[in-house]
Design a protein around this ligand. Structure first.
Ligand code: RRO
Length: 313
């Protein structure tokens, strides 16, 4: 039987053909652990049209001390703190496994300086297994103390430094914790970003009910899930109005209708995050519901930023 998801139209995203417009949000679906827990069936019927990996940093990281999660009435707050094997560990252990997935691989990277981001982008530029890169700009630049993604100038300098290092599509993952998100998106576009994705989580805090101390080991955390859906929708719309490159919309999507709304607000693709913790095959369901919601014919592909040839010329 053909599922509705299988019958939804393929989408061209910056030259990458996707079976449908639903992907995962970075850090919310561990494909390697999912294979271990649920077996090859989940991988064969992969819930997303592309897989976005958890953030990779140059050096290995343990992540934040526990507790790392706090449940909210309509969502989740996390303070995971970027645990990962580091660039070398990722290339040796994770990339060969992720390359076996039946969908294109998008690697999310984060650096604590422009040089670190450049190192990561150069390393993945060489790898045919990687279809595209996503730059997570939600962290402070140790050289300036500024959160890279909160400042259009910082983002412009970052994208202009790394754009010449790869022909692969470069997606800039925007933080909602900025005063002018469309200005940050426009700065990324001007310097050659191929696409932007938003929203990352919104900073929040929870207090331990007995001690009165911050609950999370990292003191503050990022809020996600249905609680942020209306904020995501507004930010996606304002960014889509400000740029011509494709926008990947995410934030509180639990049903195809929410994906449909984000596409209506200007998103070319939609990412599912927190809902996958509740239901690992949520991506398949949401893609099916979206197909039934009838998005109509997909608009022509967006122009994915300036090509390298144009930048070099
Ligand atoms: O690892 C995290 O704590 C984390 C990251 Br890098 C991110 O981009 N967003 C988030 O909510 N948590």
């Amino acid at each position: 039987m053909t599922s509705p998801a299988a019958s939804s139209s393929p989408v061209d995203f910056c030259g990458i053909e996707l079976a449908h417009p639903v992907i995962n949000a970075s850090g919310t679906f561990d494909a390697i652990a999912a294979r271990r827990a649920f077996g090859d069936a989940l991988i064969e019927r992969f819930p997303f049209a592309a897989f976005v990996s958890k953030t990779v940093t140059v050096a290995p990281r343990e992540g934040n001390p526990p507790p790392r999660l706090w449940e909210l009435p309509a969502g989740l707050m996390n303070s995971i703190g970027l645990p990962n094997k580091g660039l070398e560990g990722y290339l040796t252990h994770d990339l060969p496994e992720l390359a076996r997935l039946p969908v294109p691989l998008i690697v999310n990277v984060m650096g604590f300086s422009r040089d670190e981001v450049a190192r990561l982008v150069s390393a993945f530029a060489e790898r045919d297994e990687v279809a595209a890169l996503e730059l997570n700009v939600s962290c402070p630049n140790v050289e300036t103390g500024l959160v890279m993604g909160a400042d259009p100038g910082e983002v412009a300098r970052l994208v202009s430094a790394v754009r010449p290092l790869t022909d692969k599509p470069l997606i800039v993952k925007l933080t909602p914790n900025a005063s002018d998100v469309p200005a940050v998106a426009s700065a990324a576009e001007r310097e050659g970003a191929s696409a932007v994705s938003l929203i990352n989580t919104i900073r929040g805090m929870a207090v331990h009910p007995r001690t009165g101390e911050p609950w999370l080991g990292g003191t503050t955390g990022g809020v996600s899930g249905p609680a942020v859906r209306a904020i995501a929708l507004a930010q996606v719309r304002s960014v889509a109005d400000a740029v011509d490159i494709p926008v990947i919309g995410m934030g509180g999507v639990t049903h195809g209708r929410h994906a449909h709304d984000l596409i209506g607000a200007g998103a070319a693709l939609v990412a599912v995050g927190t809902e996958s913790f509740r239901d690992p095959s949520a991506g398949t369901r949401i893609a099916s519901e979206l197909a039934l919601a009838g998005t109509g014919p997909h608009p022509p592909p967006h122009h994915c930023g300036r090509g390298l040839a144009e930048l070099r010329g």
